[in-house]
Design a protein around this ligand. Sequence first.
Ligand code: NAD
Ligand code: TYD
Length: 351
Amino acid sequence: MHTLMVTGGAGFIGSNFVRYILHKYPNYKVVVYDKLTYAGNLDNLKDVAEDFADRYTFVHGDICDAKKVEETIRAHKVNVVLNFAAETHVDRSLFEPGSFIQTDVFGTYVLLEAVRKLGLERMVQVSTDEVYGSIEAGSSKETDPLHPSSPYSASKAGGDLMCLAYHTTWKVPVLITRGSNTFGPYQYPEKIIPLFITNALDNLPLPLYGDGLNVRDWLYVIDHCEAIDLVLHRGQPGEIYNIGAGNELTNLELTRRILRLLNKPESLIHFVEDRPGHDRRYSLDCTKIRALGWQPRHEFDSALEKTVQWYMENEWWWRKLKSGEYLEYYKKQYGERLRDTFARSTGFRAG
Ligand code: NAD
Ligand code: TYD
């Protein structure tokens, strides 16, 4: 029997991973350890709590709290840690970098220390392609130097380096995955795909940064989960694995495809002032994880269609998120950029 502690398991990718693992491995137990920040949401695990009551436990805790982390590991006889917990939104990292450094760097150190002290079997650090920085041509390899551009990606890079240091110094059995931009059900509606789907459903403007020609490589969340599963079971400690599906698209093309699926007009697109330090393109060389036996199983357009469908059918999940703290954030983020269009839009008014 394996007991996995999934930190950040109440977030987007973490909750999808927990559901996937409990379905796939009938003899595994999962302890979700999550601080429940604005991005953590027990609604993401509602079905899991019902379907797997005997093998799933939720612990409300901060990964920066060493005492609670260790207590949880001991109490539940955890033997593997998967760290999904992070502050994850680039735009928020421009407003408040401190919480990113705290969770993404210090929190990762706390987990590594617990894994080392308590002699756990494995830790998987879930990281991102953003640590390589923008790449104009070609694709980033695991051995490439890191050039993070935002406080988010710099803090993720800090966490990665700490993992490698713990492996080199103490042989802590930690593995790193670097996934590309991920999409699917339960993604908080501040990230481009769920934001644009839910705004378009309400005929609200879709704020496209700069010229809309920045490129991201889109990965369906279940493909991402399968890759992490493979790294957990077959990867080599101390190694890094890129995970990308090769679906490179400009933000403009992505937006057009979302609008087409919803049968909404392109006049909803509003070009707004660019994000400072906005990386132009991410692209991953995934030779290594493919050699390990992974390939994406979801074709991009059908996965996008499935995702759009999910948001259409699950208003109960997202509508309540787009209120309260979210509206404050939305105004701060888009108020100036969308000043002209706010007057015409129904839900949001400039400050
Ligand atoms: P998310 O923002 O949806 O969820 C983050 C979760 O971490 C939330 O449940 C939150 O409550 C929790 N959390 C935050 N701070 C915490 C703390 N101090 N202690 C305990 N829990 C805390 O994030 P996501 O999109 O699911 O991303 C998960 C991981 O995958 C992150 O590490 C991110 O860097 C990485 N990643 C994300 C993407 C993407 O496109 N979303 C792509 C590649 C890698
Ligand atoms: P995002 O979902 O924030 O992910 P990341 O910045 O981590 O890649 O953004 C994806 C791309 O979409 C990125 O190039 C920024 C762009 N974007 C917009 O044009 N408008 C928006 O409102 C948002 C949230 C993102």
